[in-house]
Write a protein that binds this ligand. Structure first.
Ligand code: MN
Length: 329
């Protein structure tokens, strides 16, 4: 399935023919978003291009170990001129945060992604919904376009692909994903070392958050749904807790035997609730459920930001999930 209006070769031609680039990705970036942004920026820099990488939230403490993440800076107040602006791993334009407003001009906007919910914004759009990670799309772009490739780029692409496939474990992982993984290892990626940094090291405060979640989790719909709603008070009660620390906690809910849908809700500042949803069964399309609340994502992993009080949003979300589960044939 393709939502693209161009080929990767056409994208590579535009990259070759221009000089000044800005790369951007979604707010609260994950390993795929940062890995892609940095890998693409490093390859372009190797080609002698001027490349800027913008993100409202930066790479975060967790991904800062990746080479080149110091390239990722907040968009400036004063807009700048570019030849080409590139969005990676971002399904909707507003998810790019403040970055687009800091682009005064760009002749071409390129949208590279793998989200089925991508709205197709931009001039050159390449969306491979069969790719488990945008990292896979960037790898194919670099190879198809004969662009520079080295160990630092490979490490960023490994982080990108490993993040979105749960270390090559999720059902979206394909034979091609493993072929690319093999190429990244041949380029020098040390799997044990990078996995340890990506997945097996957490600050203690994250385990404290996990404790709060395990104490407060709920099971509904005959225990087919596992959910947790994190209050602002519980979050700020954990010393030094950062927004990134809740990332991945949902996987523990999802791992419960018999659970088909897992939901993690967190109360944000300013009367919003951040909702993450995971499904273990393609018949339960969490992207469709999240879309009812203005969100999106993938069939098995989606999210939304919903206005309202936490308890109210929790009730509405759980009702929508119950509807989806009970109306499924
Ligand atoms: Mn992704």
């Amino acid at each position: 399935m393709s939502k693209s209006n161009c080929t990767l070769l056409q994208v590579a031609d535009v990259l070759r023919q221009n000089q000044k680039f800005v790369v951007m990705c979604h707010v609260r970036p994950d390993g795929d978003a940062i890995g892609c942004s940095v890998a693409l920026a490093m390859s372009l820099r190797e080609m002698g291009k001027d490349v800027t990488v913008w993100n409202d939230d930066g790479p975060g403490e967790k991904l800062a170990f990746l080479p080149g993440t110091d390239l990722v800076v907040k968009p400036p107040r004063e807009p700048q001129d570019f030849d080409v602006a590139i969005a990676v791993d971002t399904s909707t334009h507003p998810r790019l945060g403040d970055a687009p407003a800091a682009v005064r001009s760009a002749r071409v906007w390129i949208n590279l992604d793998h989200h089925v919910s991508n709205t197709g914004y931009g001039d050159l759009v390449y969306i491979d919904v069969g790719a488990p990670a945008t990292g896979q799309v960037i790898y194919e772009l670099i190879r198809a376009g004969g662009m520079p490739f080295n160990l630092a780029i490979a490490e960023n692409l490994w982080a990108a692909i490993a993040t979105d496939t749960g270390s090559y474990q999720y059902s979206n992982t394909t034979a091609r994903t493993f072929e690319i993984g093999a190429e990244l290892i041949r380029a020098g990626v040390r799997v044990g070392k990078i996995s340890e940094q990506l997945f097996q090291t957490h600050p203690r405060r994250r385990l404290e958050l996990m404790r709060v979640m395990l104490n407060g989790m709920k099971f509904t719909c005959e225990a087919r749904v596992a959910s947790f709603a994190l209050t602002r008070a519980a979050f700020t009660g954990i010393e030094g807790a950062l927004p990134d620390d809740t990332e991945g906690l949902i996987d523990t809910l999802r791992s419960t035997e018999g659970v088909q849908i897992a939901v993690f809700m967190e109360e944000m500042e300013g009367g919003k609730v951040r909702v993450s949803m995971r499904s273990k069964d393609p018949r339960h399309d969490v992207c469709a459920i999240c879309a009812k609340f203005g969100g999106g994502g993938h069939t098995l992993a989606a999210g939304a930001r919903v206005n309202g009080r936490l308890e109210e949003v929790e009730t509405n979300i759980l009702n929508a999930i119950a509807d989806a589960i009970h109306h499924q044939p």
